[in-house]
Design a protein around this ligand. Sequence first.
Ligand SMILES: *[C@@H]1O[C@H](CO)[C@@H](O)[C@H](O)[C@H]1NC(C)=O
Ligand SMILES: *[C@@H]1O[C@H](CO)[C@@H](O)[C@H](O)[C@H]1NC(C)=O
Length: 207
Amino acid sequence: MVTNLQSIVIASICLVSVFVVGENNEVTVPAVRVVRLQVDYRNASVSDLQKIHKWNAIMRNSVLASLKFINKHWLICGGSPSDSSSSSNADCGKAQVTGEIVGDRHYRINVTLIAERDPVKNAKVGATSTVYAVAHIGLKGGIFQYTNALKTLGKPEPKLAFDEAFFCYRGATLVDTDKCRKDRRLRDSPLLDSVDTPIPLANLLAL
Ligand SMILES: *[C@@H]1O[C@H](CO)[C@@H](O)[C@H](O)[C@H]1NC(C)=O
Ligand SMILES: *[C@@H]1O[C@H](CO)[C@@H](O)[C@H](O)[C@H]1NC(C)=O
């Protein structure tokens, strides 16, 4: 037997749940922007690379340093909403750097990172640009070439390959190309993971 009080409580709980679910359905947040930059070296001393101890680590650190250098001037490195700007600079949007030998003298570096949306802001003056444009300016300025570590690769191609994609954190679905909408949940399922729980970048990219 259900008392009056019990039914009022149950009715209120249902009402609250319906309200919360309805509200979540309306809410969208900006999706995470992941960009990929590709630098090709078509005159690399590929055979020498294999003799360099810890080449991959050296190459990664060098590219990360280049990204941080750009980020000092143009705020390109993105982060999850909970990251402070200093921590998003430390790893520049969880940048992942891979290198591969493509051919005889051809080496390619892929860089994937969480980036700010365009237009990106200048760190000092009131100017804006795009991630692609500032990375390109960096390439022309020699940041992917002049350090001792990358000298073995020779001169990079003058043009970067660039693409981007948008991702949502767990519990949300991509809508309108670049927004995330919280998924509808069963009324009585606890809010296990909120939109703020980041998915490891490797998983993001595997999507
Ligand atoms: C290719 O690299 C060699 C050194 O490994 C250099 O002597 C030569 O000038 C380079 N060629 C071009 C077209 O950059
Ligand atoms: C680099 O990116 C290209 C796609 O543009 C992909 O085919 C290749 O497997 C990537 N290489 C590495 C080492 O991640």
